[in-house]
Design a protein. Structure first.
Length: 170
């Protein structure tokens, strides 16, 4: 065996070891399904809500972490997302959206205008999670092309139809 073959074996062994260490598998945490995320979660906002957005500017999105409380017409709970509820934050200056999808961190370009959104291709970590509605959340997020505020809530919409509802967590 020559010197380069030995180095190659050491390199692949270390690479495999770090990959195993970096892999985070987790168990689902089950909580009481009757627990509400917050009192605001009880506000009746459904996907049939086709009220046009009131005037909103991109600066109203910035410097806040927005935590998901509804997906289409369903309330969100830790039971469905196991570790942490999905959240998003926006950076107007860099036209960027980032957040947590219920399993993975994600980010991507996002053009923001008055009441309008154009979310570009999102990149995400590839952590493995079982029975988490992450794909549904990300698909709804990518479809959103409008935003507005109602009773301190951020509503993300597709053509005046509410898809996702968030509350500020800071």
């Amino acid at each position: 065996m020559n010197y380069s073959t030995s180095l190659r074996k050491i390199f692949y062994t270390l690479l495999f070891t770090f990959a195993l260490i970096g892999c985070k598998c987790h168990k689902s945490t089950i909580i009481n399904t009757s627990e509400a995320i917050s009192p605001i979660s009880a506000i009746e906002i459904t996907s049939s809500n086709t009220t046009p957005c009131h005037s909103a500017t991109p600066l109203m999105l910035e410097n806040k972490k927005w935590q998901l409380i509804r997906m289409e017409d369903k309330s969100v709970s830790l039971l469905a997302f196991s570790n942490e509820i999905p959240s998003v934050s926006f950076s107007v200056g860099t036209s960027y959206i980032q957040g947590y999808s219920g399993c993975n961190q994600f980010g991507g370009n996002c053009l923001m205008g008055n009441n309008t959104l154009d979310i570009g291709q999102l990149i995400a970590t590839k952590r493995y999670c079982i029975n988490v509605p992450e794909p549904e959340f990300l698909n709804l997020l990518k479809r959103c092309n409008q935003y507005c505020f109602e009773q301190e809530l951020l509503l993300l919409k597709e053509n005046d139809v509410t898809l996702l509802v968030f509350e500020s967590s800071n």
